[in-house]
Design a protein around this ligand. Structure first.
Ligand code: UDP
Ligand code: MG
Length: 318
């Protein structure tokens, strides 16, 4: 009998004690329905402060398919996904949130596309997000459209991190160990044949979103800086435009003075102009600084995450 294929499920978890039992129950029942494949579950505890790690230890004691990696502190979802990618063994790999907004039951459909229809990846995207308020929904939509326009790679609006990938695709991601990670952009960058499946993202099973406004802004900027140089180009174009305007203005003023002897009056307008141009310069310096800071962090080659303990450590002790 030929060996069954293995699907690895990566689950980033940050303070998810409330949802983990629900998630595990659901994914376990999906795995029972998909008898023709084996499963491994790689939970990544992203420095949780609640009982997440204890729950994961408990899962892995009871179920040999469960492994976990626990970070020394909170490194963020991007780092957690990368830790999973580096450590999974499966022929197919899925990334899934713990809060049930990425319904485990979708795995069957996703597996069908990669296994039977020859896609390298089956990924989910959503047009409506039941859990987001009006402001987050609107800003998310605008941002996704913007990032797709300015990015060097195609990024599907509303794309989730939830996807099932072949081993080849996982290896390609492993070859991108960059420090400033924006996984949605990395998916676009590596290419591969992706089947996009639409779904409506439901509400969190319990607990609250772990992305506060600061994390969301950081994430949005990360996405732009990591996969687009448009802000730098815009700065250069605006600079050029201002030079042109200044040049024309100088000629007009000289001509007015020489021909009509009309001396220029009005320092308030001059003061406003200085403040305006000074502000614009600082703003563009800020943009350049953002790119510079990313280079700075990249050349330092700091680890993307630091693991404090894994299920393998416990297995060795036994
Ligand atoms: N998450 C994480 N580290 C973080 C923030 C979030 O590992 O710093 C995990 C979280 O536990 C969840 C997934 O990433 O499994 C998505 O987070 P959340 O549901 O809070 O985000 P939202 O759905 O609101 O975008
Ligand atoms: Mg969520």
């Amino acid at each position: 009998m030929s060996k069954k294929e293995l699907i690895s499920i990566i689950v980033p978890c940050y303070n998810e004690e409330e949802v983990l039992p629900v998630f595990y129950k659901e994914i376990n029942s999906v795995s029972k329905e998909m008898k023709h494949v084996d499963f491994e579950f790689v939970f990544v505890d992203d420095g949780s402060k609640d009982k997440t790690l204890n729950i994961l230890k408990d899962f892995s004691k009871k179920d040999k398919r469960v492994r976990y990696i626990s970070f020394s502190r909170n490194f963020g979802k991007e780092a957690a996904m990368y830790a999973g990618i580096e450590n999974v063994k499966g022929d197919y790999v899925a990334i899934m949130d713990a809060d049930m907004q990425d319904p485990p039951s979708m795995l069957k459909t996703m597996y069908h596309y990669v296994n039977e229809e020859g896609y390298d990846c089956a990924a989910l995207y959503t047009k409506s997000h039941e859990d987001y308020g009006l402001i987050r929904k609107t800003l998310t939509n605008v941002w996704y459209k913007l990032i797709d326009k300015i990015s060097t790679t195609h990024q599907v609006p509303g794309a989730r991190d939830f996807r099932l990938m072949t081993r080849k695709m996982v290896e390609a991601i492993k070859n991108m160990p960059e420090y400033n990670r924006y996984t949605k952009g990395i998916f676009g960058f590596i290419g591969f044949n992706t089947k996009w499946i639409h779904y409506t993202a439901g509400k969190r099973a319990a607990g609250e979103s772990k992305f506060n406004i600061n994390k969301l802004i950081k994430y949005a900027l990360e996405g732009i800086v990591a996969f687009s140089t448009s802000p730098l180009l815009i700065a250069a174009h605006v600079g050029l435009l201002f030079c042109l305007v200044a040049f024309i203005t100088i000629i007009v003023i000289i001509l007015k003075t020489v021909i009509w002897g009309d001396p220029v009056a009005g320092w308030p307008s001059l003061a406003c102009l200085i403040v305006f141009i000074g502000g614009l310069q600082l703003f563009f310096f800020g943009i350049m600084g953002m790119y510079l800071s990313k280079i700075y962090l990249e050349v330092k080659k700091r680890p993307v995450y630091i693991s404090k303990e894994t299920s393998e450590d416990v297995d060795e002790e036994d």
